[in-house]
Design a protein around this ligand. Structure first.
Ligand code: ZN
Length: 413
C-alpha cells in the first residue's frame, strides 16, 4: 500500500533545547518520561476504510503527528508504521448495505484518507500496510502463538487464549465485567459456545458464505483484527531483540484501549516474551450533538467535506490543536471560525517587518509540547506573542517562528 506524500519539516536556524518528552501512558496510568534514544519505533492503528476521514480520526492522527514531530525535534529518527484494516466485518457490512464491492469501497476511502492526511500536514508512515497485504505475516504470527500453546480451534476458526499472557489486562485497567461489556460492544463474541475464556480473541476466521477468504495453512479465511496489527508492527518496525520492549509507542484513539490494544499487546508478549510497547498512548474522542462521533451514530463531520466547502486545512488542524489531544470534547462548527480568526491574526503578525521577540515563544512552545503534548498552552503562548507584537514589541525573527510553528505544530503559515 502506498503511503502519502511526504511533508517537509523546515529546519530551525538556532538550536533550541528540546527536553525529554513526558507523555501520559495508559498502561502506567500516569505521565512518564520517554527515554532519550536515537531511534524510536511507533505503531499507530489506522482506519477501517469505510468512513474516512471524520474529525475523530483527524484528532487521533494529529495527536500522533505531534508526537512524531516532537521526537524528530529531539534529533532522533522515528520508524513509523500504520495499518489499514482493509478487510473486516464493518467494511463488508457497509459494502453490502450500499451494494458496492468491498474492495472498491476500501480503495476509495483509503484514497480519501491519504489526501486528507496530506492536506492536514500529517507526516506519512514509513510503511502503510493493509491487512490484505499482511495475510502471510498474520499466518506466521498465528504459528508462533500456536507453538507457544496459545491457540485453539472452534469449528475452523482460531482463537487466542488471552490468559496465556500473564499480564493480560494490565494495559487497560478494566474489571472483568467492564472487559466483557466492551468486548461484546466492539466486535467480540464472549458468548460463543466452545470458548475457553469469554474474552479469548479471534485470530483467524474461516471463510463464511459470500465473504472473501485467503488460502492459508489454516484453511481459507481472513485474519482477526488484533493479530493483524500485532503482526504488522512486529514485522515492519524491525524489532531490536536487545531492547526490553518490542516498540516504543503503540497509539490510537481511546476506543482502542480495550480490546484492541490489550489483545495486540498480549499476543505480542506471548510471541516475543517481552512487553509490546514502552508507552501506550491514546487520543480522546470527538463528539457531536452530545454523542461520540462514530459511524454507528452517523454523526460524522468529514475533513474532505470541510475542505470542499473551502475551509483551510490549517484551520481544521488549528481548531483540533486548541484542545488537548487526550481530552474528549464536543465539536462545534464555531471552532473553525475561532481557529480561522487566530490563524489570520498570527499570519498577519508574522508578515510584519518587526515582530515581538521570538526565542522565548519558541522555547515556550517546545516546553508546552514536552509536557504531554500540551497544545492549548502552546497556542495560548502564541496568542500572547501576537498581543506583544500588536503592542509594538520588536526584535524577533518572524521566519524562525514560522518555521518552528510548522516543524513542531505542523501548522504551515
Ligand atoms: Zn490496530
Amino acid at each position: 500500500m502506498n503511503s502519502w506524500a511526504s511533508v517537509a519539516i523546515p529546519p530551525l536556524q538556532k538550536a533550541f533545547r528540546v527536553p525529554p518528552l513526558r507523555i501520559f501512558d495508559t498502561a502506567a496510568q500516569k505521565i512518564s518520561e520517554v527515554e532519550v534514544k536515537p531511534l524510536y519505533r511507533m505503531y499507530i492503528c489506522g482506519i477501517t476504510p469505510y468512513d474516512a476521514t471524520h474529525l475523530g480520526h483527524a484528532n487521533t492522527y494529529l495527536a500522533f503527528d505531534l508526537l512524531h514531530r516532537y521526537l524528530l525535534a529531539t534529533g532522533a529518527k522515528v520508524k513509523f508504521v500504520e495499518n489499514i484494516t482493509d478487510i473486516d466485518d464493518p467494511l463488508l457490512e457497509r459494502a453490502n448495505r450500499d451494494g458496492i464491492d468491498w474492495r472498491d469501497l476500501a480503495a476509495s476511502q483509503i484514497d480519501l484518507f491519504r489526501s486528507d492526511m496530506v492536506a492536514l500536514h500529517v507526516l506519512p508512515p514509513d510503511h502503510y500496510i493493509g491487512a490484505v497485504d499482511a495475510i502471510d505475516l498474520v499466518v506466521q504470527a498465528i504459528s508462533k502463538l500456536e507453538l507457544a500453546g496459545s491457540v485453539y480451534k472452534i469449528d475452523n476458526d482460531l482463537y487466542f487464549k488471552v490468559h496465556s499472557d500473564t499480564k493480560f489486562g494490565s494495559r487497560s485497567h478494566l474489571s472483568q465485567d467492564q472487559m466483557l461489556k466492551i468486548f461484546s460492544e466492539r466486535g467480540g463474541d464472549p458468548d460463543r459456545a466452545g470458548k475457553q475464556d469469554p474474552l479469548d480473541a479471534l485470530l483467524w476466521l474461516a471463510q463464511r458464505p459470500g465473504e472473501p477468504g485467503w488460502e492459508s495453512k489454516y484453511g481459507i479465511g481472513r485474519p482477526g483484527w488484533h493479530i493483524e496489527c500485532c503482526a504488522i508492527a512486529l514485522n515492519y518496525l524491525d524489532i531490536d531483540p536487545t531492547f526490553s520492549t518490542s516498540i516504543d509507542f503503540q497509539g490510537g484513539g481511546s476506543d482502542l484501549i480495550f480490546p484492541h490494544h490489550e489483545m495486540s499487546a498480549a499476543q505480542s508478549k506471548v510471541m516475543n516474551n517481552k512487553e509490546f510497547a514502552s508507552h501506550y498512548v491514546h487520543a480522546g474522542m470527538i463528539g457531536l450533538d452530545g454523542e461520540k462521533m462514530s459511524k454507528s451514530k452517523g454523526n460524522l463531520v468529514f475533513v474532505s467535506q470541510l475542505l470542499r466547502e473551502g475551509v483551510d486545512a490549517m484551520v481544521i488542524r488549528t481548531a483540533l490543536l486548541r484542545h488537548h489531544y487526550r481530552s474528549d470534547h464536543m465539536w462545534q462548527n464555531s471552532e473553525l471560525d475561532e481557529a480561522s480568526a487566530f490563524l489570520d491574526e498570527l499570519r498577519l503578525c508574522l508578515s510584519r517587518p518587526d515582530v515581538a521577540p521570538t526565542d522565548q515563544i519558541i522555547s515556550e512552545i517546545i516546553a508546552a509540547l514536552s509536557q504531554d503534548l500540551n497544545t492549548p498552552i502552546a497556542l495560548a503562548a502564541l496568542q500572547n506573542w501576537i498581543t506583544a507584537t500588536n503592542e509594538g514589541k520588536s526584535g524577533g525573527d518572524a521566519g524562525e517562528l514560522s518555521r518552528a510553528i510548522d516543524a513542531l505544530l505542523g501548522i504551515a503559515i
